[in-house]
Design a protein around this ligand. Sequence first.
Ligand code: URA
Ligand code: CA
Length: 434
Amino acid sequence: MRMYDIITKKRDGEVLSEAEIRYFVTEYTKGTIPDYQASALLMAIYFNDMTEKERATLTMAMTESGDMIDLSAIDGIKVDKHSTGGVGDTTTLILAPLVASLGIPVAKMSGRGLGHTGGTIDKLEAIPGFHVEITTDEFIDLVNKNKVAVVGQTGNLTPADKKLYSLRDVTATVNSIPLIASSIMSKKIASGADAIVLDVKVGSGAFMDHLNDAKDLAHAMVAIGKHVGRQTMAVISDMNQPLGKAIGNALEVKEAIDTLQGRGPKDLTELCLALGSQMVVLGGGADTITEARALLEAQLYNGKALEHFKSFVAAQGGDPKVVDQPDALPTAQYQVELPAQSDGVISAFSCNDVGAAAAMLGAGRTTKESSIDLSVGLVLHKKIGDHVQKGESLATIHTNHQDIEAVKEQLYKSIELTQEAVELPPLVYDTITS
Ligand code: URA
Ligand code: CA
């Protein structure tokens, strides 16, 4: 087989065979196909797309390019959740214990990652003592016992995706539905998911800023799941403003604790119920989304979700007293208000810029090696549609530096006020099932 012929075929809009796709992924991962030929194929895929079958083949070839985590020793259907990324997204911290409290196993492999704040693992490590350095056997035992555990990414997962993603990043081929869909799905399948719930974000803080693109991406991933025998569902959710109120590691843990007691921000609670009910249905805990939702809501108000969070934290070495004493979490030295500069109604957030303000405070990493400050971040007091009066606080800034003029400037620039009536964006635009 020759890479030249594979490129030609895709350039001319033809359909690649399974053997051709597998040859490309295997040989590129090994290093026998050079970057320039891989780039040419990626660009051809960008313009000429792939059929559902090609996408499924590409996904499985990437999945099988490295280690695959075997979770078969965990009883029940392992449902994983993936978000395409947003600002202040605290959902995993809430969903893991909430869904597990209904007896559905949540075996979560998570990353630290680069971003405005840390990843799920960084957030959890804001809880004193909490650790994720556990062996695969311990991980499986914990899930069998408590129905939930979170472990750091181990092994050599989807090396093909790592290599291809870096290449896409520098060849203007990131934004391609078949390439994004196969990249995300390959990682979920390699980390052992039997079923997958996707949160596809749309808006100013998301990968996709148009609803139709987000829908196409969601349909693409659900179709791949069906092809490869992993039931998949997706929610399209709004990312035109940060989710919830808190942005920052320890601040989001506190927000998660509030939400697990039924006292969380409305949007965050609602999205957790939407995603959680899909997880419960896929995990066999309910027949319909409506039934699943009712079960989950009950757990938020009867104390069981919070109880489950406590036992999950304790099982991984964390101090569960953070639930009743939030000041046991890392706390920033200063809390500075951000007063509104005029009267008005909040009309929009430039979501990524709000996230960048949290990063400027030290809440995120800029390189893989840099450290993060778990205590700092923002708590928003106003969201789209809220009225504000001049001088009223838009947000509390939690910081360890007194000089934060640049952060304030950044925030003022990213929060828009208007004098007119504002239409609220819906939180969930659509739900996609096969
Ligand atoms: N996230 C991924 O993991 N892969 C992509 O291609 C895009 C977003
Ligand atoms: Ca949040």
